[in-house]
Design a protein around this ligand. Structure first.
Ligand SMILES: [Zn+2]
Length: 89
């Protein structure tokens, strides 16, 4: 019986590792792994890879401030770093 418990938790850890390597919440998937065992692992393996943090600056959402060269939101009218006026693109 204890062997199954260890295997079950091992699957949950494996699920968490697979999830975090895909840019998802490791702890959340660890809990799902505890609840659903190998099904959670299969679910995380078929999920599409997410590109890291959704708040991470990308060329799609951010531009460089011409004055201070810091990344600011594309829609920003004022640079949050140096407070210079920006033209939204
Ligand atoms: Zn700036």
């Amino acid at each position: 019986m204890e062997v199954w418990l260890v295997l079950w938790i091992g699957f949950a850890i494996l699920t968490a590792m697979a999830a975090s390597s895909r840019g998802r919440s490791g702890f959340g998937w660890f809990v799902l792994g505890l609840l659903f065992g190998i099904f959670a692992l299969l679910a995380v393996l078929v999920l599409p890879r997410r590109n890291g943090d959704s708040d991470a600056p990308t060329p799609d959402t951010h531009v460089r401030c011409p004055d201070c060269q810091e990344l600011v939101l594309k829609e920003a009218r004022v640079c949050k770093h140096c407070h210079c006026r920006l033209v939204p693109q």
